[in-house]
Each structure stands twice: as structure tokens, then as C-alpha cells.
Design a protein around this ligand. Structure first.
Ligand code: SF4
Length: 374
């Protein structure tokens, strides 16, 4: 990492010190379940002036995935992402419109064929030859096929692009499907979630830039570093589950005490994601659905979110064994202590959020979740 390249990133990150920047690279390595010895490689990738072109297109969706990225409160996340990539085209953010925007899109595709990263947000309607989503006179399904076949890598961001999401809910009159059904011969990286955590996109891009390949994937093509464990395994309310303390109705005593939401239909026991450790919106401790008292909806798991009714309880399978019964002291309105959560849920999965927490700190915020990663 040469001084000039670091200075460019340093300015964009609000004057972060070299030491803190290297710490960030180490924690990003930990986030991706890699040895911290690769931190210098990550630093080189982040500070490299060569930026991969990214084309971001939208189908049947609400644009919530883009919004969750843009609504981060501190400047670090979107700065890092937009500094790392050359966002050549994004239908929502593009300054141009109409023919001008289409021209920019096709120019970038032809100039960067085989090299650009294609990010697809939204489901793809197939009914009636895809006529339910048309952009610039073309059915979206044809746009995905045309551009997807020329991309160097394809990322399906959000549950809609991954499996159809809300757009594909029964009875799915427009025949919405995920990207992998339209590009069956392409390796599509899936980042499901409604919305997905933008840190998972950041880590995936950094992995691609550093190692020139995508991270290890699970059977559903999700990066293992982010979707490798069940939410139930590192949930802050897990000690209550293990000790039989449950909320039975919204607003009852158990709910007010921050007890486990299993009987309110929590899908944490069957959903793989790092929501509890990465959290959302950089809004501080506890900002994720279960943290604010709503059962997990299962949006990151195929066949769960948008398929299983919210209040249906989930089967509990292969959870981590109980290490012991943590002494839980809970004041009204507070959840379980993070220390007891770590004890009960196991430490390994909690490290998943380390990079996100450190990145939040770079933005000048102390995040109390730090203890969870201890
Ligand atoms: S059932 Fe839900 S709220 Fe309860 S411990 Fe598991 S993930 Fe957390």
C-alpha cells in the first residue's frame, strides 16, 4: 500500500490513521473468516486506484436494498463501497434518464465485457414472457440474460433477486423468480435479506478485489462468512430460550422483559444470517428485528420468509449445545446481557460482526455491541 493511495482513501474516510486503517483490514479479514495475515492484501485492494466497474440493475422490487446501503448514518460504509468500485450504472442513482441512461448502460457493458460486476436487485417476472417488468422497451428477463452473460461476476442482492422474495409470494401472478433461474449457467452470488446487510456486500466485494475470486459459498450460493450460522446460534435472547423464558403475546410481561420470541413465530432457529452480530442501519446496539422485539421473519432463508406464516413456530434443529445456564439479570425493557449471550450462543459466530462494528467506529461511533465480539 503506497502512501499516495492510502492518502486518497484516508481523506475519504475522514482522516483515519494508518494504524486504524490496518485494524479495519484485520477485522474485515476476521469477518470473512480469514487469517489476519491477509490484512495487508486487503489494504492493497482497498487502496488500489484500479476500481472494478459495477453495473446495478433493478427488477420487481421496492429499492429497499439500495436504500439500506444509502441510509447508513456514518460515512464509512458507502464511502468504502463507492471508493472501491466504479459504479458505472445504477438506475436509481443515475443522474441521467431515458435514452441518456440507457446509452451509458450499454456503453459500460460493451467496454467492460467480461470484467464488470453485475448487481441485480429485484425479482424477474417470467409470466407472459416477462411483460410485467419492462425497462426501456425491453422485458427485464431479457435485460438480465443479455447483460448477465457478459458480466465477470453476478451478485443477486436481496431476497427478491435471490429467490423471488415478496414479488414471488403465492399466488405469484407475474411468475417472479430469482436470478439463478434466469442465468442457470452462471455462478450467481446470493446476498438474501429484506433488506440485506450492506456490510455483507462490502465484504463480498473486498474479497473479490483481494483474491480475484468470490468467497466460499454454501449450498444456496450465500457467502459462508455471512450466512454460515443460524441466527438462533448467536442471538442475544438465546439464554432466555435455553432457560424457558418466552414472550407469548406482543406486549405481555415476557415481551416487555425481552424474553425469547420463539412462540411469536421467530424464524431464527431455521434462518442462516449474521443479523444479530452485524445489525442494521448503524443505529447502535440492538438495531435488528429481534433486538427491537419483533420475531425474525426468515427473509434470508429460502422457503421461510414470504412463505411460512409469521406466527408459525419453527422446528429447532442442530443448535449449539448449551454450555451452561447463564445467570440472567434483566431489567424491564432490556434484553439479555451480551456477556451471557456470548456464553450461551458460543463465541465463534459472534466474530462475524467484528468488521462491521469496527467500521462503525471509524465513523466516530462507539458501538456497545463491541462486547459481543469479545
Ligand atoms: S427463537 Fe428467535 S428470539 Fe429466541 S433465541 Fe432463537 S433467534 Fe433469538
Amino acid at each position: 500500500m503506497n502512501k499516495k493511495d492510502f492518502k486518497r482513501v484516508q481523506d475519504r474516510l475522514g482522516g483515519v490513521s494508518r494504524r486504524d486503517f490496518m485494524k479495519l483490514c484485520s477485522t474485515l479479514a476476521a469477518t470473512m473468516a480469514l487469517s489476519t495475515t491477509v490484512a495487508p492484501k486487503i489494504a492493497n485492494a482497498i487502496t488500489s486506484p484500479t476500481r472494478p466497474p459495477v453495473i446495478w440493475i433493478h427488477g420487481s422490487e421496492c429499492t429497499g436494498c439500495s436504500m439500506s446501503l444509502l441510509r447508513s448514518e456514518h460515512p464509512t460504509l458507502e464511502t468504502l463501497i463507492f471508493d472501491l468500485i466504479s459504479l458505472d450504472f445504477h438506475e436509481t442513482l443515475s443522474a441521467g434518464a431515458g435514452h441518456q441512461a440507457e446509452e451509458a448502460l450499454h456503453k459500460s457493458v460493451s467496454e467492460n465485457a467480461g470484467k464488470f460486476i453485475l448487481v441485480i436487485e429485484g425479482a424477474i417476472p417470467l409470466a407472459n414472457e416477462g411483460i410485467f417488468c419492462r425497462i426501456a422497451g425491453h422485458n427485464f428477463v431479457d435485460v438480465v440474460k443479455d447483460i448477465g452473460e457478459q458480466a465477470g461476476a453476478v451478485i443477486a442482492i436481496g431476497s427478491c433477486a435471490t429467490w423471488g422474495g415478496v414479488a414471488a409470494m403465492d399466488p405469484n401472478p407475474t411468475g417472479c423468480v430469482g436470478v439463478d433461474e434466469v442465468l442457470p449457467d452462471t455462478q450467481v452470488i446470493a446476498l438474501p435479506g429484506c433488506p440485506p446487510n450492506p456490510y455483507n456486500l462490502l465484504s463480498t466485494i473486498i474479497h473479490y478485489l483481494t483474491f480475484k475470486k468470490m468467497p466460499a459459498l454454501d449450498d444456496e450460493n450465500r457467502p459462508k462468512f455471512a450466512y454460515g450460522r443460524l441466527i438462533h446460534e448467536h442471538c442475544e435472547r438465546r439464554p432466555h430460550f435455553d432457560n424457558g423464558r418466552f414472550a407469548r403475546k406482543f406486549g405481555d410481561e415476557g415481551h416487555r422483559q425481552g424474553y425469547c420470541l420463539y412462540y411469536l413465530g421467530c424464524k431464527g432457529p431455521v434462518t442462516h444470517a449474521n443479523c444479530s452480530t452485524s445489525q442494521f442501519g448503524d443505529a447502535g446496539s440492538g438495531c435488528w428485528p429481534v433486538g427491537i422485539g419483533h420475531p425474525c421473519f426468515g427473509c434470508a432463508e429460502k422457503g421461510v420468509g414470504f412463505n411460512v406464516p409469521q406466527f408459525t413456530t419453527s422446528p429447532v434443529i442442530h443448535t449449539t449445545p448449551v454450555a451452561g445456564h447463564a445467570p440472567i439479570t434483566v431489567e424491564r425493557g432490556e434484553g439479555a446481557s451480551s456477556g451471557s449471550s456470548a456464553l450461551m450462543a458460543g463465541i465463534a459466530g459472534a466474530a462475524i460482526g467484528a468488521g462491521a462494528v469496527f467500521t462503525a467506529k471509524l465513523g466516530g461511533k462507539e458501538d456497545k455491541n463491541e462486547n459481543k465480539e469479545a
